[in-house]
Design a protein around this ligand. Structure first.
Ligand code: SF4
Ligand code: FES
Length: 403
């Protein structure tokens, strides 16, 4: 039976999505109306981003079926439509998860998005917080029908802090909107059309603006990654904590990702849709590059407490908020003595050297990092091959079509 939700915002239009009716202000999109209801009723969105003007309409993951156009014109819409770009009409009826057509089409969209995307989740920094990974898990087909060679690209450094992996890009345009709307200059964009489209520049001209790091936050896949964090850790091993500092460029409210005392990365705070949170004054909580890339010590931050992570997220593995830890049996066995008095790992092993700050070296750690040169990394040591990760040519070794 249809359920009715009352909204406190100015109400003038009624829309029913998956049998739940809600009142929304005129001009609200179907996607945002569905988000007001919440849960599974909200369609996935890979290109729409609340705080980026004109975003949406590119990826088609948010397709829904309009089974009744409006009270005045109850005819259904002939095709599935992008919910992020279509505003509600009074009396409109929409089907998302209750429509087989939508679920089938979404499966096709995921298959398309994955046509050129390498299946390199095991070596991708975005693994565990990738929208495409979640989308494929929930809506993807078991295998692709695509038989042609996938596109391959060289990796490209965009300035000192960001690296572009074009093989993973789904052309959502979010990063170009960040460059247009948050920074003074845009040096990159989407070149060419159809299957030749790619994000490119002038990009290597470096995007040095104070807010360019926000492109990493908005990228729904692992195409734009943080060079200060790449290959340093996996997100599910890190402990996210809300923290703030006085910053003269941005709001200074961030999430810091620690392992032990070391800050591995700093990101903007995200809401339940994976987008940058809105501050109490209504502005988006974008953060500047100084906070993101240069404040990598716990002392730089005032810690507010553990970040609440959705229990279903892989990031929450091992550190649910508010759980009670089982008593440590070691303390009883050792009769009050501290375990480190028995064995100091730093005396026994060359790794885990406290002088080495993994978040501060340029690339992945190598033998030399722990053996006399704490600043050596896989990027500045030429005679070292980096395991199963991307090869030194910059192409994806995991992609079977990589030359
Ligand atoms: S690089 Fe990321 S944010 Fe930019 S268009 Fe590609 S997927 Fe979107
Ligand atoms: S989120 Fe609507 S088309 Fe991408």
């Amino acid at each position: 039976m249809a359920e009715e939700i009352k909204n406190t915002a100015p109400q003038n239009l009624k829309v029913t999505i998956d049998n739940i009716t809600i009142d929304v202000p005129a001009g609200t999109t179907i996607l945002n109306a569905a988000r007001m209801i919440g849960g599974e009723v909200a369609p996935p969105a890979m290109c729409y981003y609340t705080h980026l003007k004109d975003s949406g309409g590119k990826c088609r993951t948010c397709l829904v079926e309009v089974s009744k156009g409006s009270e005045k014109d109850p005819r259904p819409m002939p095709k599935l439509i992008a919910s992020c770009r279509t505003t509600v009409m009074d009396g409109m009826e929409v089907k998302n998860i209750t429509s087989d057509k939508v679920l089938d089409a979404r499966k096709g969209v995921v298959e398309f998005l994955l046509i050129n995307h390498p299946l390199d989740c095991p070596v991708c920094d975005q693994a565990g917080e990738c929208d495409l990974q979640d989308l494929s898990y929930e809506h993807g087909a078991v295998q692709t029908r695509y038989e042609f060679a996938r596109r391959t690209f060289e990796r490209e450094d965009i300035g000192p802090y960001i690296q572009l992996h074009m093989t993973r890009c789904i052309l959502c345009y979010r990063c170009t909107y960040v460059a247009d709307q948050l920074t003074d200059n845009r040096f990159h964009g989407i070149l060419d059309r159809g299957d030749k489209s790619e994000i490119s520049t002038y990009i290597s001209k470096a995007i040095e603006n104070d807010f360019s790091g926000s492109m990493i936050d908005v990228c729904p896949v692992g195409a734009l990654t943080d060079r200060t964090y790449r290959f340093k850790n996996r997100v599910w091993f890190l402990k996210p904590m809300d923290a703030h500092r006085d910053c003269d460029k941005c709001c200074g409210k961030v999430t810091i990702w620690n392992r032990g005392d070391e800050v591995y990365r700093v990101t903007a705070r995200k809401d339940q849709w994976g987008e940058v949170q809105t501050l109490p004054d209504g502005k988006p909580a974008w953060i500047c590059n100084t906070c993101r890339f240069e404040k990598k010590h716990t002392d730089d931050w005032v810690i507010e407490g553990a970040t609440k992570i959705d229990r279903h997220s892989v990031i929450s593995q091992g550190h649910y908020v508010g759980t009670i830890a089982a008593p440590d049996p070691l303390e009883k066995v050792l009769q009050g003595r501290k375990p480190h008095l028995l064995l100091d790992i730093h005396d026994e092993s060359e790794v885990n050297t406290p002088q080495v700050h993994l978040s501060e070296i340029e690339g992945p750690a190598v033998g030399k990092t722990f053996n006399g040169d704490p600043h050596a990394s896989g990027h500045n040591v030429t005679d070292v091959k980096i395991g199963a990760g991307p090869n030194e040519k910059g192409t994806d070794s995991t992609n079977p079509n990589t030359p």
